[in-house]
Design a protein around this ligand. Structure first.
Ligand code: FAD
Length: 464
């Protein structure tokens, strides 16, 4: 296909530039995958990300089919100082994987998984979704930690940390990474592991998309019964205090194999509910004993916890969270559920469903890794607290967003740091969030991305 004319684009600093048609043509001819621009049939689909509130128009979309496509795209963008967005599964809630006027490096077409059952490893491409890993590994009785919605991208989730239904049992997604092949800002394909570029390997475990484009990961897999004991235990809203007190007091001492995520929601009829999703991933014979203390809290009105294939359970929220949703959220970690926090949560629990409050559990194996052992520093977190407002309809969201912000203003004082995969922040807060790890991250950034080509993330500013 012939490039008709020059292309207007935007640099990382926000300046407008014009790229000659010949240079764009050369890029297009050098790629195995397609180069999409406004007007191409596939362009509008490719620029869409999960959150329908995001509507951005990159000047160029490179749909990479391999490491050489990525290297060419990265070098082209760096030579022209273009604004760059990197897309894996497209789930960045704030829309960091697409950009206005720059280059989108789209990895979504590059998504094979290869499981080695003998070595208990999985090689996972940079555009894979979480469900790709579960579907390939569970038939061998093996898993690694993946997120709770199967169409979330493995790369984005893992680079920022990666919580899931078995993270207390097997560690966060990033803790299970043995090796990463990555194209850094100079266009070089590098290997990061304990033995090669160990500084980069450390930084990729929680430092987000700051350091390059991941071609593939090697994950450690763990033996696990492909059938888990899982489901929801539900209480009426007026018992939410008892449930939250139990969660706060006993959450950290529960067995690693038990994961509890809590949602304070409302029924369509306007009744408040507190719902605990319980997943027991250990020996089935010990499930009853492990779940008994939770079942003794108050008087549950429903209990669906039963044996279920893990890979199937991993998709249970896929449809509710389908692409094209209008989503707005605030989130941060909590180290404890103090009585002050519980009071606020109960006061903010709404019966009209404008937003819901969610706690995703940490602890267990997550907390047994030191805060400086990986770039992800929040190892003492009890859970990740979120206030989420979502709609599948396009409508004026002003009031809903204001409600989330106002709830958050009351909850935020009880939080410590935030999860870079869910929240964005100004430079000062990003520095504080990484704490003792920030200066070490800056050194790695200076070495592998001194020009800050990869800036659409919780950005580590280079000082080189
Ligand atoms: P994208 O939007 O494609 O990418 C986000 C960022 O990741 C990009 O800006 C880029 O910086 C980086 N990135 C993506 N691919 C690459 C690559 N190949 N190389 C380099 N950088 C790359 N988080 C959890 O920990 N656990 C959960 O259970 C969980 N559930 C979620 C469910 C939903 C419905 C949503 C919307 C989010 C969830 N998250 C969860 C948060 C999730 O971890 C982040 O949204 C993450 O960024 C998603 O990655 P992605 O590849 O889909 O996103």
């Amino acid at each position: 296909m012939t490039v008709a004319g020059s292309v207007r684009a935007v640099t990382g600093a926000g300046a407008e530039v014009e790229i000659e048609a010949g240079a764009v043509q050369e890029l297009r001819d050098s790629l195995r995958g397609p180069l999409l621009m406004p007007g191409n049939a596939a362009y509008d689909d490719a620029r869409k990300v999960w959150n329908a509130m995001i509507d951005k128009h990159p000047a160029l979309i490179v749909q990479c089919e391999g490491a050489s496509d990525v290297a060419r795209a990265v070098s082209f963008a760096r030579e022209r100082d273009l604004l760059v967005a990197v897309r894996g599964g497209g789930h960045s809630i704030s829309g960091k994987s697409v950009c206005e006027g720059g280059m989108m490096i789209d990895m979504s077409q590059f998504n094979s998984v290869h499981v080695d059952p003998r070595a208990k490893t999985a090689r996972v491409d940079g555009g894979c979704l979480e469900g790709h890993i579960d579907r390939e590994s569970t038939p061998f009785g093996l898993v690694t930690t993946a997120g709770v919605v199967s169409h979330t991208g493995a790369a984005g989730l893992t680079l920022g940390g990666g919580f899931g239904r078995v993270c207390r049992h097997f560690g966060m997604a990033c803790d299970n990474v043995r090796r990463v092949d990555i194209v850094t800002a100079d266009g070089t394909l590098r290997r990061a592991s304990v033995d090669e570029h160990p500084d980069l390997y450390w930084a990729l475990k929680g430092g987000g998309g700051n350091f390059g484009v991941v071609i593939d990961f090697e994950f450690e897999l763990h033996e696990m019964n492909p059938t888990v004991i899982a489901g929801d235990i539900v209480w009426p809203g007026d018992q939410a205090r008892q449930v939250l007190e139990f969660y706060g007091e006993h959450g950290n001492s529960l067995p690693d194999e038990l994961n509890l995520n809590i949602a304070l929601v409302a029924t369509p009829q306007g009744e408040k509910r507190v719902s605990v999703e319980a997943v027991w991933s250990g020996d089935a014979a010990r499930a009853e004993e492990a779940l008994a203390p939770l079942r003794e809290v108050g008087k549950p009105i429903a209990d669906t916890v039963a044996p279920v294939p893990y890979a199937q359970f991993q998709t249970r929220h896929d449809n509710a969270n389908r692409h094209g949703i209008y989503s707005y959220m605030k989130s941060s970690f909590v180290n404890e559920l103090s009585s002050g926090l519980i009071d606020e949560v109960l006061a903010l629990h709404r019966s009209d469903g404008v937003y819901w409050i969610y706690f995703m559990q940490a602890g267990g194996a997550v907390s047994r890794i030191g805060p400086q052992d990986t770039a992800f520093p929040h190892r003492s977190a009890h859970s990740n607290m979120m206030v989420i407002s979502e709609s599948h309809e396009q409508k004026d969201r002003t009031a809903d967003i204001a409600a989330v912000r106002s709830a958050w203003a009351r909850l935020e004082p009880h939080t410590v740091g935030f999860y870079v995969n869910l929240m964005e922040a100004d430079d000062g807060r990003t520095r504080a969030n990484y704490g003792v790890n920030y200066e070490r991250l800056v050194k790695v950034k200076n070495r592998y991305d001194p020009g800050n080509l990869f800036r659409l993330n919780a950005n580590i500013k280079p000082t080189a």
